[in-house]
Design a binder for this molecule. Sequence first.
Ligand SMILES: Nc1nc2c(ncn2[C@@H]2O[C@H](COP(=O)(O)OP(=O)(O)OP(=O)(O)O)[C@@H](O)[C@H]2O)c(=O)[nH]1
Length: 730
Amino acid sequence: MLSNLRKFVVSHKKIPILHVNNMCCSKMRSSLQRLKPHVPLGRNYSSLPGLIGNDIKSLHSVINPPITKIRNIGIMAHIDAGKTTTTERILYYSGYTRSLGDVDDGDTVTDFMAQERERGITIQSAAVTFDWKGYRVNLIDTPGHVDFTLEVERCLRVLDGAVAVFDASAGVEAQTLTVWRQADKHKIPRICFLNKMDKTGASFKYAVESIREKLKAKPLLLQLPLGEGKAFKGVVDVVNKEKLLWNPNSDDGKDFVRNPLLEMSDPELLKETTEARNALIEQVADLDDEFADLVLGEFSENFDLLPAEKLQTAIRRVTLAQTAVPVLCGSALKNKGVQPLLDAVTVYLPSPEERNYEFLERISRLLLPFADQHIEIPSLTAGNIALTVGLKHTATGDTIASSKSSALAAARRAETEGGKKHRRNNEAERLLLAGVEIPEPVFFCTIEPPSVAKQPDLDYALKCLQREDPSLKVKLDADSGQTVLCGMGELHIEIIHDRIKREYGLETYLGPLQVAYRETILNAVRATDTLDRTLGDKRHLVTVELEVKPVETASVMPVIEYAGSVSEDLPTASQEAIENGIHSACLQGPLLGSPVQDVAVAVHSLIIHPGTSTTMISACVSRCIQKALKKADKQVLEPLMKLEVTVTRDYLSLVLADLAQRRGTIQEIQTRQENKIITGFVPLAEIMGYSTVLRTLTSGSATFALELSNYEAMNPQDQTVLLGRSGLTQ
Ligand SMILES: Nc1nc2c(ncn2[C@@H]2O[C@H](COP(=O)(O)OP(=O)(O)OP(=O)(O)O)[C@@H](O)[C@H]2O)c(=O)[nH]1
């Protein structure tokens, strides 16, 4: 797979292929200032693995564990499921920190940006490295909020495995589906952790069912909870038929006992566990022929005789094949169930080697990340995650290569492996290995520096921020000359604003947040145009005749067709100029100046006077398209958001009435224990500031998740109102 081309080893000469995820510059700057041969130990950090005091003991063995003992994993989930809390426990039990961080107190290791600590949410992924029972685990905590989807995507493609954390009282939630689909796309083996088993309303059965139904995954129940809600006290290990009980008096969860289930002391629980184990064996045998042969041959009479290791090996195979997902449970907040989760990460998730990485690459300077601290390392073997510094022109999603030929060879191989049908003609495109899919921004607003003199500083800050986060787009409004920020949501833009202030020392002013509309046309229209200009002693003359017509592509990329007489002998440079002209014209629709989607452009005839520059060809085509678009019947498309609101019964009717006023359509209302889950669609323009409204309506008891569904045609009345407000007419 393309995304696997990221394995590298250090040499001082070559830098072949390495994927780039740009880190927050300020994070990097501050840690580089502190960079020493040893890692400075900050808040409650234990010695880093293998580092005793200030000595680097056998750094090589610390840095380069055998590849089979490496696990590169991500933690992913819906917002607030408890990823950061779980990560904090993991770091504590692995000895990486000496005290438990708490998101609610704002002192976690991985949420180290000021905004993360203040808001108690994860915005940027953080990487930490720790050891667990002889394994090296590189772990990335990813954000759950939909505004930061790109951040999740950029992490997923460099991971070998993932832990999906769920709120056991809510099961699969909207954003879980999104990240699950992303993990499917990158073929990442997963383990599910049903967190918050201590919470009122937690239901193991319900959460497992929702994994089966909503994620269409096959859950393998490796554990059963001992009690739910306030009664939750531990878990049963189904594979080993053992009971794990946490000492209720231990305040950090380190103290727990693991005892075999015995007929004498736990007859009921033993029976239940045996049934669960038998069901698990049957389920795995169904998915794995090798295991089926073993079970049916030697152990068909009595599954109890099947050794736990044999079952674990088979579970590992189906997990790696992604035909099923192991499910564990616990309560990160109450310090229960995290150690067995770590065991499961080492036992069931793949080492980098098992993900078919074949590339051994090189780079000049490497740093090993420990959240906001880094240690410079001399070398690194394949399968590890590290940072490199000093790259001035790269952006998140780029691939670094030592030479064009090595990148082309890698791209060719990856294309064959990925079974890609379409051949990429464009060399630059082929060089781009596995770029992340950048979602289209749905909001925009103007941003002003404190003074004109500070505009270059603002431009610089925005340039740096965009390199880290390509889902942030910045453009210049040609009419007003203002800088415009385009982002994924209100929170996204707010965080960018805040970061410019904190990290670049610039107090900026944001204009009102506006929805990013799109436009389309309803009928086919032809137009012709001629551009005749003499510059110096050179005459530039182009005549073009073309047609714009509606097509259903749900994309802002116009479909381009050429009449046979045009495509014949059309030089590549002229074709590129035509296409540039078409694309630039379609970026600014005639109604609101928004991008035009769902259009095809057919170029019927083209006459180019010898010596005409490509810029003039682009300009003529662009003008001709604008002309055609203006003549067509036009339609505004607005972003329609998929909304999921979780609300208690008492507030259901209030929330529904409010949604009706917001032009919302309700798809279904489900019951989940005491809660109602409303799913439906609402235009983005109607849902701005919804968190405050919902909080007020439901006294803070409801939660919601929003995700872009598609762009929908506005009805004629709403469109007239919108255009009237913008001072425009149809
Ligand atoms: N009852 C209960 N609450 C928990 C548990 N784990 C986390 N929480 C709480 O849930 C809230 C969210 O926890 P986080 O760890 O920040 O969740 P997250 O998934 O990292 O959230 P984002 O980073 O914003 O995506 C916090 O108030 C935690 O204290 C748990 O096991 N039980």
